[in-house]
Design a protein around this ligand. Structure first.
Ligand SMILES: [Zn+2]
Length: 88
């Protein structure tokens, strides 16, 4: 799991996601399934009790606190949905 401070920290992950183009499946708001090399990973985007945006992924990289491309792929969908909710 990592705390999202800004889009800059995702630059590498976004580049990788654009290259790999994983499949992102919507589960519910803030919860997505992203295809990876070993099947699907679950990515959970939420705000914690202190107001930090946290992103958790079930892959090995995210376990070590890295911003993985699954998270980047899920976040691009999540941010779009969050914007739509805010303007609805
Ligand atoms: Zn991941």
């Amino acid at each position: 799991m990592f705390i999202l401070n800004g889009i800059e920290q995702l630059t590498n992950a976004i580049t990788k996601a654009k290259k790999i183009r994983p499949r992102v499946e919507f589960d519910c708001f803030g919860r997505y399934r992203v295809s990876g090399s070993k099947g699907y990973y679950t990515v959970i985007c939420r705000k914690d009790e202190r107001g930090y945006k946290t992103v958790a992924c079930t892959c090995k990289g995210a376990e070590r606190g890295l911003a993985c491309y699954h998270a980047a792929a899920a976040l691009s969908l999540h941010i779009g949905l969050a914007r739509r909710q805010a303007t609805a």
